[in-house]
Design a protein around this ligand. Sequence first.
Ligand code: FES
Length: 84
Amino acid sequence: MTTTIRLRRNGPYVIDTDDVRVVDWNGAEYQTARKPVALCRCGASARKPFCDGSHARVGFRAEEAGGAADEGECPAGHEPGADG
Ligand code: FES
């Protein structure tokens, strides 16, 4: 099954599946009552890693759109699955 992660314009990442677990760097799972899950990408949420709507209050802008090729590399050099 393919999981779709939608980037909301000027908003969170929304994970469109009922079968998702969000875990911290220790593997501890967050309790997620709401589906779909919306993850903060603006940094302003008081409920990180989840979106609490603060992106609108702080005027977060992220209007990048899909379609461009990307290697998916983290600019900070983090490896997928690595701590931090
Ligand atoms: S993206 Fe919504 S609070 Fe950060």
